[in-house]
Design a protein around this ligand. Structure first.
Ligand code: NDP
Ligand code: OXD
Length: 307
């Protein structure tokens, strides 16, 4: 019985070592050296291409990332469970990234960077964290972890999800009908939604208009959720103050894109978080054990919902 890994080979070497230590009975194959295709029961990949169709005895497809939007679910036979990556490394990285971004916005670092360029020494009033209302779109694994950390700084926190959630110290909004009320109370909007048909293009004109004047954006979901030209228009109009953007459409962001040159936009190349090879291998090993024992796996997606 074998696992086929199709992703970054450098990290793959760490996975191979972990599997050899912790599951010596399970052969670990690294694409394109797949060996006997009939022996492969589990596939770990960012993009499986047509492997999910051609491997005759495949039992589960594991996404190497937290998101699954990069998978073409129509090319994964309906009987195969699809499992996303849930491991502590991704959570820690995202909490760090969003916390830094929210603090940079809160402490006016975009304005101070511009002042520095102009050699201007001009303190601005210091606002208490409680007066800054942070709102997170998406209250899943990552959104919840981010809010739990931001609360510790004293920010006034809220979140929005599809179904109703209950997170201590966080005002929770649910469903499309609650979106406007959520936006109206949000000074720093963080997007941690999965990309689905319902969230594609969500960060657009009406969302920016629904935020209070002077609000800022931290976008760490997926590039296709953001209408970049609407954001730039809202910034040019002075309605949105600043934006931290980790995901763009397309990636890489084209050299001549206007986002690069807007002085209150900070761009990073989709690095907000990433799986940590050791803990990711452990997460898949745990799911293999569960699957073999007939137990539910952690992170199995609902294909109908798309996440
Ligand atoms: P989860 O699946 O755990 O959570 C998703 C959340 O989004 C849930 O609360 C869900 O609502 C909510 N949601 C989904 N669709 C809608 C909708 N139409 N309306 C309102 N709420 C909705 O995902 P994670 O927290 O693990 O990850 C979120 C995303 O972060 C990933 O899909 C990926 O795109 C992105 N990501 C980005 C990374 C980066 O480096 N930039 C790294 C890792 C992930 P409900 O609770 O009701 O189900
Ligand atoms: C992920 C990502 O989904 O890296 O894991 O964006």
């Amino acid at each position: 019985m074998a696992v086929l890994y199709k992703s970054d080979p450098v990290r793959g070497a760490i996975w191979a070592e972990r599997f050899a230590q912790r599951a010596p009975d399970m052969a670990f194959r690294m694409w394109p050296d797949i060996g006997d295709p009939a022996a492969i029961r589990y596939l770990v990949a960012w993009q499986p291409d047509d492997l999910a169709v051609t491997l005759p005895n495949l039992e589960v497809v594991f996404s190497i990332g937290a998101g699954v939007d990069q998978l073409d679910l129509t090319r994964i036979p309906a009987h195969l469970p699809v499992v996303r990556m849930i491991e502590p490394g991704i959570v820690d990285g995202m909490v760090e990234y969003v916390t830094e971004a929210v603090l940079a916005i809160h402490r006016d670092l975009f304005d101070y960077a511009l002042q520095q360029q102009a050699r201007v020494w001009k303190p601005m009033p210091l606002r208490p964290a409680v007066s800054r209302r942070v709102g997170v779109l998406g209250l899943g694994l990552l959104g919840t972890a981010v809010l739990q950390r931001l609360r510790l700084f004293g920010f006034t926190c809220a979140g929005w999800s599809r179904s109703r959630r209950d997170i201590e110290g966080v005002e929770c909004f649910a469903g499309d009908t609650a979106l406007d009320a959520f936006l109206a109370r949000t000074d720093v909007l963080v997007c941690l939604l999965p990309l689905t048909d319902a969230t594609r293009g969500l960060l657009a004109r009406h969302v920016f208009a629904g935020l209070p004047k002077g609000a800022s954006i931290v976008h760490v979901g997926r590039g296709q959720q953001l209408a970049a030209s609407d954001l730039l228009d809202a910034m040019d109009a002075g309605h949105i103050h600043s934006a931290v953007i980790d995901v763009t459409d397309p990636e890489p962001l084209p050299f001549d894109h206007r986002l690069w040159i807007q002085p209150r936009v900070r761009i990073t190349p989709h690095i907000a978080s990433a799986t940590c090879a050791v803990t990711a291998a452990d997460a898949v090993l745990e799911n293999l054990r569960r699957h073999r024992a007939g137990k539910p796996m952690i992170g199995e997606i609902d294909r109908a919902r798309g996440y």
